[in-house]
Design a protein around this ligand. Structure first.
Ligand code: HH2
Length: 265
């Protein structure tokens, strides 16, 4: 899953895709590099990010979504917690709603239930404005599993079949580096418990910088590729990344080894 942030303030690529032309060019590049789907976002959720008014979020995402629907054949996901944008995105042909708040905003569950699109439910402790203040867990993998299971049940009760749902532990969302490492180490356990495909987003995130002696965001490419590969090997079905080409290369090598291992029994 290639990330296409249409925001001025995203932590890794904010302001990079200003204007329709730049956004479309970035999308085409990611597809050429091997992305299987793209995730369009109109609001940054980095720690401390300010909320964006719904109409502004819609105005950032919708023209790009509409143009990409005409130009590309791969599925398009929209990263939003806002029911207004969810409904507009579905009407414009989005294949998935990716919600870091797991459809907890009033009206969000109904917006997805009234459609047939896929949905990604993510775990977050707190809100972007305060989530990194003092994250605390007894057992982070257990807590994230409990939350995601409860949201899966809420979805089903609202009429969203579990076959439509992808789940995401929410790396970096109200989690310290140790929590992120524990989640990654326990990903296989989480996958078996939840029984739904997992999406993992670690690309260029702060924890990777912290593990590399405070490496700034521009120097986290190799760590991001490694993290995506580790996540895939531990059962992630989708990896959400900024650097599509290098990630696809790494996954193809692993895939080749895996296929050889399978064919040799
Ligand atoms: N991470 C970000 C945004 N959306 N969605 C899912 N499902 N999982 C994630 O880990 C995730 C996400 C944050 O990354 P990015 O979009 O690059 O930054 P920003 O929120 O600053 O736009």
């Amino acid at each position: 899953m290639g990330i296409l942030n249409l925001t001025p303030d995203s932590f890794a690529d904010g302001g990079r895709h200003r204007g329709l032309e730049a956004a479309l060019a970035a999308a085409h590049r990611m597809v050429e590099e091997g992305a299987d789907l793209l995730d369009l976002g109109g609001e940054s959720t980095r720690p401390g990010a300010r909320p964006v008014p719904p109409q502004q979020e819609v105005a950032r995402v919708l023209p790009v979504l509409r143009a990409l629907r005409r130009e590309l054949s791969i599925p398009l996901s929209v990263d939003t917690s806002e029911p207004l944008l969810m409904r507009e995105a579905v009407a414009a042909g989005a294949a998935m709603i990716n919600d870091v708040r797991a459809l907890r905003r009033p009206g969000a569950l109904a917006a997805v239930a009234d459609s047939e699109v896929a949905v990604c439910l993510m775990h977050m402790q707190g809100e972007p404005a305060n989530m990194q203040a003092a994250p605390h867990y007894e057992d982070v993998t257990q807590a994230v599993g409990d939350f995601l299971e409860a949201r899966l049940v809420a979805c089903e009760a609202a009429g969203v079949a579990r076959e439509r749902v992808v789940l995401d532990p929410g790396f970096g969302f109200g989690k310290r580096t140790t929590h992120n490492l524990q989640l990654l180490a326990g990903l296989e356990r989480l996958r078996r418990r939840l029984g739904r495909p997992l999406l993992v987003g670690l690309s260029r995130k702060r924890s990777l910088g912290e593990l590399l002696d405070e490496r700034p965001v521009e120097g986290r490419l190799h760590a991001s590729v490694a993290a995506a590969l580790v996540a895939a090997q531990r059962g992630a079905r989708l990896v959400r990344v900024h650097d599509v080409g290098p990630t696809v290369d790494a996954l193809r090598i692993w895939e080749a080894v895996r296929r050889t291992q399978e064919s040799e029994g």
